[in-house]
Design a protein around this ligand. Structure first.
Ligand code: NAD
Length: 453
């Protein structure tokens, strides 16, 4: 359903009126398209405190012109009257105490106003050092800083924090965040800390950088429509052979999408006890990417919720994900270097009235990801992460009554709903062979929703 308010604020009179009334000011976001695949402007590389990160090769692969400023240079507007930066990367990995935190302010205060609309600020932090509470305090402070700046910056700009130890291992993550593909990802803290040796695919330049999934097979559950269909399309765009899985009732849609993408359709109810076995039979040891997207809602307040509404949601959204994952890992269907991406929800993080069943199932996904990720990587070479969508414009959200729908759309830093493609782009980044150091993460695709942390 079209966001008419976003269209209104895109006109001069609409902007004037809504500003006078103090209403939200969503910006039209710059999303990836073949015509505009990169951000419109240079990336400014700043450093706050000492750093041993070698970011130059990584930033060179973003497709953006890079301007590097040392701490002593960061006085005044760094754009020097030239193009406004479309992105700023602040390397704050060397900050070890509260005094040096002032360098974050010194670096960003003069430039924040010059960041172009739909621009990006990415703060780089270090893992918290359990043996040093001063370092931990200063590094944790970056989280509150990032989330606060994300809430105030406006203009479709996003602010995220990446904790890393090795710039190369974080290459795919920085390329994603510094691109139009991450338009609806803001206020996130992403750890890229999996041991470099356990990341089976190095971040080496590829023959065809536009098709990182070439030669790989991806299976997406619930892919006949909505977010799942967008995921299948985006993975196919990135070169994957896709298997579009959905229930038998959705066979026609699943087949026509699979035909369009040059993939195959698999009609199957994921709650079937033998779902894992049937997928394994379809893809004997040739699966690289498994996206658990199928999900249902059966909303009712707990007081009115029959057991069947509870168990059906838990079965589709969580139990089937556990069963299928276990079966496919045990059978070795997922190849080393494989990727599992499960779908959580901000309802599982923040809770939502009328959704005790759904919230429980989606919080369960978070538990599954955090527990399984280290073992799946160590034992199978497979990473396990989750996307947690916020308000995404789909049939599901179009059915919400008008006022609740408007509240859901506006209650985030970007003041608008996301699109299925936003979840799909995030999934594609996690599925990238170069994302082997991203493991056990739950990444919200919610425009920095005001709900939950
Ligand atoms: P949707 O209802 O449009 O699509 C879900 C798909 O899953 C459908 O094609 C359906 O047939 C399929 N499916 C359902 N049960 C199945 C089963 N047992 N076996 C196989 N396939 C099954 O939903 P959507 O809005 O695209 O959501 C996709 C995922 O994203 C879900 O997990 C949902 O919980 C999650 N999510 C959505 C939003 C949102 O705003 N739309 C927000 C947070 C999380």
């Amino acid at each position: 359903m079209a966001d008419r308010y976003l269209s209104l604020t895109g006109t001069a009179p609409g902007r004037f009126l809504t500003r006078r009334l103090g209403l939200p000011q969503p910006a039209v976001l710059h999303r990836w398209s073949p015509d505009r695949p990169v951000l419109d402007g240079p990336v400014l590389h700043l450093t706050a405190g000492p750093s041993s990160l070698d970011l130059a090769p990584v930033l060179a692969r973003t497709g953006l012109t890079v301007t590097t400023r040392r701490p002593e240079d960061t006085v005044g507007d760094p754009a020097d009257g030239s193009a406004r930066p479309a992105a700023v990367v602040l390397d704050a990995t060397g900050i070890r105490d509260v005094d040096t935190l002032a360098r974050v302010h010194a670096a960003l205060h003069p430039v924040v106003r010059s960041v172009a609309p739909s621009g990006r600020i990415v703060v780089l932090g270090a893992p918290l050092d359990p043996a040093d509470h001063h370092q931990s305090a200063a590094q944790q402070a970056l989280e509150g800083f990032t989330r606060s700046l994300g809430k105030e910056i406006g203009g479709g700009r996003t602010v995220n924090l990446v904790r890393l130890t090795d710039a190369g291992a974080a290459g795919s993550t920085l390329r994603f965040l510094l691109s139009p593909r991450a338009a609806y990802v803001s206020g996130q803290v992403i750890d890229v800390l999996a041991a470099a040796g356990s990341a089976p695919q190095a971040d080496a330049p590829r023959a065809d950088p536009g098709r990182p999934l070439a030669g790989r097979t991806a299976l997406v559950t619930g892919a006949a429509r909505g977010i799942g269909a967008a995921v299948a399309e985006t993975l196919a765009r990135d070169g994957a052979r896709v298997v579009v899985l959905d229930v038998p009732q959705a066979e026609q849609d699943a087949r026509s999408l699979a035909d369009r993408l040059g993939g195959t359709a698999l009609t199957l109810d994921v709650t079937a006890a033998d779902a894992g076995e049937r997928i394994a039979a379809e893809l004997p040891d040739e699966l690289d990417v498994l996206v658990h997207n199928a999900g249902v809602t059966r909303d009712r307040r707990l007081v009115n919720m029959p057991a069947e509404r509870w168990s059906s949601v838990l079965d589709v959204n969580l139990a089937s994900v556990l069963r299928t994952t276990d079966a496919l890992l045990a059978k070795g269907t997922l190849r080393p270097g494989g990727r599992i991406v499960a779908t959580a929800s901000i309802a599982g993080l923040a809770g939502n009235a009328g959704q005790t069943n759904y919230g429980a199932s989606k919080a369960g996904i978070v538990g599954l990801v955090r527990s399984l990720a280290p073992r799946a990587l160590a034992e199978h070479g497979v990473t396990v992460n989750a996307v947690a969508p916020g308000f995404i414009e789909t049939r599901m959200t179009a059915a919400i009554p008008l006022f609740l729908r408007e509240a859901g759309r506006r209650m985030n830093s970007l003041a608008q709903g996301g699109l299925p493609v936003d979840v799909a782009e995030t999934t594609a980044w996690l599925a990238d062979p170069a994302s082997g150091a991203v493991n056990g993460q739950v990444v919200r695709v919610c425009g920095q929703s005001l709900l939950g942390a």
